[in-house]
Design a protein around this ligand. Sequence first.
Ligand code: 1PR
Length: 571
Amino acid sequence: MSTIYVIDVELGNLQSLSNAIEYVSPGSTIVFIRNGDDFATYNDQIETLLLPGVGNYGHFVKQVTDRGLAQPVLEYIALGRRIMGICVGLQVLMKFSEEAPGQPGLGLLDLKLAKFTTEDPIFVELGQKKAVPEIGWNSVSLFSNDIDHIYGINSNNKYYYVHSYAALVAPQQAQIAAEQANGWTFAFTNYGSELFVAAVARGNVFATQFHPEKSGKAGLAVLQAFLNGEPNAPGAQATISLSLATETTLSGLSRRIIACLDVRLNDQGDLVVTKGDQYDVREKDDTANVRNLGKPVELATRYYHQGADEITFLNITSFRNDPLKDQPMLEVLKQAAKTIFVPLTVGGGIKDLTEADGTVIPALKVAAAYFLAGADKVLIGLDAVVIAEAYYANGNKGTGKSSIETISATFGVQAVVISVDPKRKYIADPLQTTQEVIKIADPARYGPNGEQYCYYQVTSQGGRKTHEMGALELCIACEALGAGEILLNSIDHDGTNLGFNLELLKQVKSRVSIPVIALSGAGNPGHFKQVFDLECGVDAALGAGLFHRGEYTVNDVKAHLREQGMDVRLE
Ligand code: 1PR
């Protein structure tokens, strides 16, 4: 059996990469290399080396440098030995990134990284902003050197990207042409109107901007091609060719469908998947039991095989206990990450924790435990409300110490999702509140006393506590503090099967520049079409009850969207 060496600077979800290696190359031994001494110890034996990177470029490059890994990696490459970089592991091979001007990369390629623009012309002309980071499933649109595949990458498949910075083609066409003349092969992808480097290959070096370990079967085929030393592998053949998809979305991303599992202990102490009706998870019969819809890992695996683009676990009673001690949830993640190769998000109790003896466990450590267990993103609910209230009280300034700020500074903004639990409040006169109100368009939806306005008050602790702050104001503050994505619930729609809360989604999505995930209320595949048709450009849609109750599968939703001409990822 082969031995795969993986550079580990403790900044990423290496559990998933290890699981993916085990899946494509069963029985392989994985050896982590954490510093220059480790490299020296194993150097002569290394035949295959992986350089996975997640999150903040500057932090990652500093770790590679400070741990004495930069020189050994460059010497290893110069000797013609095989290495694959992933995400920031591709970016570190380049010379410079705007994300960290003072932290030069290894400079193997004379290319620079720049941030995607939210003011992408093809979005601006439609009155929209392009969400940054790019989070979702995109295809490889073109290759250099007259090839149409490399290491299993082909244009028929979709791969999972999660990044704000990229090697953009437009500002450095001459440098890219020069690198092609130096023997580099490129694959490129469009994000909106910005073409960027999706993968590079030359001799012993291969690197991808997307995450093959999170890109389902298509991604696993890429990882396998590298591990097998097959640069000419054609790659997994998608069950559909892109030519059949009648739309090309503005961003280039396929419509992202997420399955969500609300998880909690039931009265018997078992960790079960449950589902609320407007956040009430107890049966309406005389048992008043916690609704038990199944086992978390079993349901998550089922949804992965049904085509879910992401899986979200919400530990909905974690505000009552300490998630670090909440071993069941960490164990769920570990088990799920073994066979689910799409992004995993986990939420519930992610904040600074004070133990019984007064010891404070910082949110960063809580989040790190979840990343180590196999999560790609952490989701923050209650603490986001506390942080946003402090932000506004402090004159629209952060403290630099909040969970959102510390986790995004270390693991990248794309690793931080905020969960918003809003509840409608009718307003007769906009002057009655300092929060931005929505003018209700449909008179049939006016308030009980004919109120023509409303806004969505934020709640916490599963809707038990109501705050004056509006959902929009919460999202604006959290984006400013480093959140990379918004999970926008709606208690009024939760579990109703009446469809998503379109007016709330329009209000928030039109005012933020990070991806917004719609959830609460999905009752049939048509509701997903309805929300993706919104002009504001919702980035993803999430369902729970309709999947848990077995009324529809994820693929039913995707098949319906495809029939309607929408671009979805089908494997
Ligand atoms: O506050 O950081 O500990 O995070 C707690 C997390 O748990 C937050 O994301 C919060 O939204 C969630 N949560 C807390 N209580 C409940 C509850 O239901 N009692 N879940 C809860 C909220 C989110 C989704 C949603 C479905 C819509 N549910 O699962 O229910 O997507 O269902 P549907 O598609 O069937 O309509 P913290």
